[in-house]
Ligand binder design. Structure first.
Ligand code: PMP
Length: 422
């Protein structure tokens, strides 16, 4: 069989397994551009329509069952429809979904975050990680009286032009770029823009561009360099908060000025939060506001009740179990790929695993040299009942136990057979 025939066999199988999703994609395309409403889940020939999710499983419109190994892009840390979260959210919703006054859950969740994340003295809630990073940058701008922001090339901080230019690799407006892991490149930009840069915003582990950890000393060096230049440091822990109870900053022993959080702190509901030093956060104090910040659903009771359970059930034992299982997964997938002579490389940090269908690990980038192979492998995984991210990211949840992880390995090995069958 030729390469093209093998590929089309994978795609043909996908088409024949998912006719209801295909029909629904056509219907969706009439009212939503490309049938979609979110870039991250998009993949050819069409994304699936899911009917339900429960625990470690998703079920699509055609009744196909998938083991969910991405958990809504790292946010469902306890899987789908986790019982204790459902109970907390429905109890909260039954008493009213939101009102323009304080609720008790939001304060409890703020207290929990302050207690867990050492650099966080106070918290403001938002409705997404994107809003959280935007607010953090705004606080830095007002505090410093400067406009420019420095981020890592290919970093991801949300879906706004001021960040997305950097995600795609170019500078624009007030957004400046340096190279992740290369402290000298950040120092160079700081020196070329004296008195202009309000903040450095950084993922402590690059997420979207390939689960790339900061080299030893890099984060501490960034904090020193920024402070010497009169700039603040924002850590974007939207993904990495899952890696340790106090976030990646705790594991690395460093303290940013501000931290953006989201995903797991909402228990599966829309959420974001900025936390940080009290003197900085006080700029948002409505008794004496320097930063105007509002939002109809900020800190709503349903999200914060769910988030509280999500965070409280994320014990350090649960984190180390996920990490151990993800390590096992990485080792076994590497062996299975090698047994079939498939190009394969991976990066792992804790419960985050990034796969490449290439022999060498690429540099941090959203651009892929293995895009075609990765797309085919993703479809083959779907055909074999494993739901990962199109770009090869996996994020384990606490409900994926040892037996389920072994089942994932078997199913992904079968997907590798499909890929290698030519
Ligand atoms: N920062 C990082 C590191 C992210 O991965 C994301 C989302 N994947 C965001 C910010 C934006 O969060 P949201 O999608 O909730 O707006």
């Amino acid at each position: 069989m030729t390469d093209t025939e093998a590929r089309s066999a994978i795609e043909s199988q996908f088409l024949s397994r998912t006719p209801a999703s295909a029909a629904h994609a056509a219907r969706a395309s009439k009212v939503m551009p490309g049938g979609d409403t979110r870039a991250a889940g998009h993949h050819p020939p069409y994304q699936l329509t899911m009917k339900s999710g429960s625990g470690a499983h998703l079920i699509d419109l055609d009744g196909n069952r998938y083991i969910d190994v991405i958990g809504n892009f790292t946010s469902l840390i306890h899987g789908n429809a986790y019982g204790p979260i459902l109970e907390a959210a429905t109890t909260a919703a039954a008493s009213g979904t939101n009102w323009p006054a304080r609720n008790e859950y939001a304060v409890e969740l703020a207290e929990e975050l302050v207690q867990r994340v050492a650099s966080v003295d106070e918290v403001r809630f938002t409705n997404s990680g994107s809003e959280a990073t935007m607010l953090a940058v705004e606080i830095a701008r007002v505090w410093t009286g400067r406009e420019k922001m420095l981020m890592a090339r290919y970093g991801y901080h949300g879906s706004m032009p001021q960040f997305e230019c950097g995600t795609f690799g170019f500078e624009h407006g007030d957004t400046l770029l340096a190279e992740f892991g290369d402290l000298a490149s950040f120092v160079d930009v700081l020196e070329r823009h004296p008195g202009e840069i309000a903040c450095i915003i950084l993922e402590p582990v690059m997420g979207s561009s390939g689960v790339l950890a900061a080299p030893e000393g890099f984060l501490a060096g960034i904090i020193d360099a920024a402070h010497a230049a009169g700039a603040l440091v924002i850590f974007d822990e939207v993904i990495t908060l899952r890696l340790a109870q106090g976030g990646r900053q705790a594991a690395e022993g460093v303290r940013p000025d501000l931290t953006a959080m989201a995903k797991i702190i909402g228990g599966g509901f829309p959420v974001g939060a900025v936390g940080g030093r009290a003197d900085l956060m006080e700029l948002c104090n409505p008794f004496n506001p320097k930063v105007f910040h509002s939002g109809t659903f900020n800190g709503n009771p349903v999200t914060t009740a769910a988030g509280l359970v999500s965070i409280r059930h994320l014990t350090s034992d649960a984190i180390s179990d996920m990490d151990r299982r993800t390590q096992h997964l990485e080792v076994r997938l590497t062996e299975e790929a090698a047994a079939r002579g498939l190009p394969f490389a991976s990066r792992r940090e804790g419960s985050l695993l990034q796969l490449y269908m290439a022999d060498d690990l690429p540099a941090a980038s959203i651009h892929r040299t293995d895009a075609e192979q990765a797309t085919q492998f993703h479809l083959a995984c779907l055909n074999n009942g494993v739901f990962a991210a199109g770009r090869g990211l996996m994020a384990l949840s606490t409900v994926l136990d040892d037996a389920l992880v072994d089942e994932v390995i078997d199913r992904m090995a079968a997907a590798m057979d499909d890929l290698a069958s030519h």
